[in-house]
Design a protein around this ligand. Structure first.
Ligand code: ZN
Length: 327
């Protein structure tokens, strides 16, 4: 784990905080708000790392000091995380009390102590009251970072004890620049970002879901063919998958099936597909798999000259079915 850093569109709020720290007027509690998918937790973690680093350079944690090393190992006694014990449930008063007693002990590293609370709206009323008492009589060199998508769900008394720190979404250009290197070639950062309401982490989730859906669709088609389904009918289901994607998956699955057949289960790259590989190897054998790979390459070349994708898909699946011995 590298030191946590703010994301590009956090620059403005980060700069404000750095200025406050420099001017020695940094508050002891922040309420970091904004829509889901803007990286609020990343931002809170980045600030926590920065505060805990022993030799921060300019505006970032150094990455080398004892504190940074501890943070990177995932264990740091002066960083406390307060979140629901079960996802979607409340943060309970006992959790706040336990955190309070930990924080009241002096810092184990001699520096700052940081408490991250997310999602802050999950604090139940007793927990919020217990936290309020702590914030009313703050310990020195202790920072509370409350992260919330729905700050209106917090008691006003608690909100008033925190510096309000809204995270703004990036510009379209900035969001795209961040998103693009994390997408496949077929995925369009602008389309995804707009679909995600301008929230880059949300767009990334959409992208991952999209890729996963396509992979699943192809998997279903192959399994149907293995059971003897009609290849022309199955081919029509694949039209929505970008061709390059489809070829990449098919090629890697055929190659993986061959590896499994020749060198065993541990030789494959994507072990999730082992059941499919077993079926393919059983039906096609090493020879059939190699022939399919060649066919794939050959027709891919033809396709560049004459892009009739529908015909290509049908011909490919018919060949596959023939190789499986169904026809
Ligand atoms: Zn450091």
């Amino acid at each position: 784990m590298k030191p946590a850093l703010p994301l590009p569109w956090h620059a403005v709020i980060w700069q404000q905080w750095m200025q406050q720290i420099e001017d020695d007027r940094f508050p002891h509690a922040l309420l970091i708000t904004g829509l889901p998918g803007l990286g609020k937790r990343t931002l809170a973690r980045a600030l926590a790392h920065f505060m805990l680093c022993e030799q921060p350079n300019a505006h970032h944690p150094c990455g080398h000091c004892h504190a940074c090393q501890l943070l990177q190992s995932g264990f740091f006694p002066d960083l406390h995380l307060l979140e629901p014990e079960d996802e979607g449930k409340a943060i309970k008063v006992d959790q706040v009390r336990e955190m309070n007693s930990l924080v009241q002990k002096s810092s184990q590293q001699g520096g700052y102590k940081v408490v991250l609370i997310w999602p802050a709206e999950a604090l139940n009323i007793n927990a919020a009251n217990a936290l309020l008492k702590t914030l009313e009589e703050p310990e020195p060199r202790t920072l509370f970072l409350l992260v919330s998508d729905q700050p209106s769900g917090l008691p006003a008394t608690l909100r008033s004890r925190c510096q309000y720190s809204p995270v703004a979404p990036p510009s379209l250009a900035q969001g795209q620049a961040w998103l693009k290197p994390q997408l496949t070639e077929e995925q369009n950062p602008e389309v995804l970002l707009k679909a995600a309401g301008g929230r880059p982490l949300q767009a990334l989730k959409l992208a991952a879901g999209e890729a996963e859906q396509l992979r699943y669709l192809l998997l279903q088609v192959l399994e149907a063919l293995v059971r003897g389904a009609d290849p022309v009918e199955q081919a029509s289901k694949l039209k929505s998958i970008p061709l390059k994607h489809l070829l990449n998956y098919l090629q890697s699955w055929l190659a993986d099936s061959l590896r499994m057949g020749l060198a065993g289960d541990t030789a494959v790259q994507d072990s999730r597909q082992l059941p499919l590989y077993r079926q393919l190897f059983q039906l096609l054998g090493a020879r059939g798999l190699l022939q399919m790979e060649q066919k794939l390459q050959h027709t891919h070349q033809q396709l560049k000259a004459n892009p009739n994708i529908e015909l290509f898909l049908e011909s490919l699946l018919i060949t596959l079915t023939q190789e499986m011995g169904h026809e």
